[in-house]
Design a protein around this ligand. Structure first.
Ligand code: BTN
Length: 140
């Protein structure tokens, strides 16, 4: 038992196997900042999103986000989704993604998003949705 204990203490834990924690301040490749608050036991979380870019000319405002993480507390690389209710535009953005930890222990949120813009007629639906990918890294 003592040998096992010694091995557990001495052998460094593989950084990539560390659990990913969504809570914190994250930044993506566009320079947008996102704060995710603690996930509750059911896996739901809230936070705020400060986008660095916008499809409108209106003044950017920090906007609330609501999300859910799959298998809270159990999985090491959880999938999640969240929506942002923009406070300065009629659009809604939905993100889905997964949290990964690289071999150095650096966490990354790999996401895809859909942004639905409000159009005045369903005839304009064809141009109402944008799609993209985004990678967030932890700031804090
Ligand atoms: C809008 O322009 O109607 C609202 C702001 C949208 C910002 C988008 S959401 C996807 C992409 N990733 C970001 O961080 N910002 C843009």
């Amino acid at each position: 038992c003592c040998l096992l204990l010694a091995l557990t203490l001495l052998v460094p834990r593989d950084a990539a196997s560390r659990k990913c924690d969504l809570q914190g301040l994250w930044r993506n490749e566009l320079g947008s900042n996102m704060t995710v608050l603690a996930t509750n036991t059911a896996g739901t979380f809230s936070g705020s999103y400060h986008t660095a870019v916008a499809a409108t000319n209106k003044q950017i405002l920090v906007s609330p986000l609501q999300g859910v993480q799959q298998h809270p507390g159990a999985k090491r690389h959880p999938t999640f989704g969240f929506t942002v209710q923009w406070q300065f535009s009629d659009s809604t953005t939905a993100f889905v993604g997964q949290c990964f930890v690289d071999h150095r222990g650096k966490e990354m949120l790999e996401t895809m998003w859909l942004l639905r813009e409000e159009v005045l007629s369903h005839k304009d639906t064809w141009k109402a949705t944008r799609v993209g990918t985004s990678i967030f890294t932890r700031v804090k």
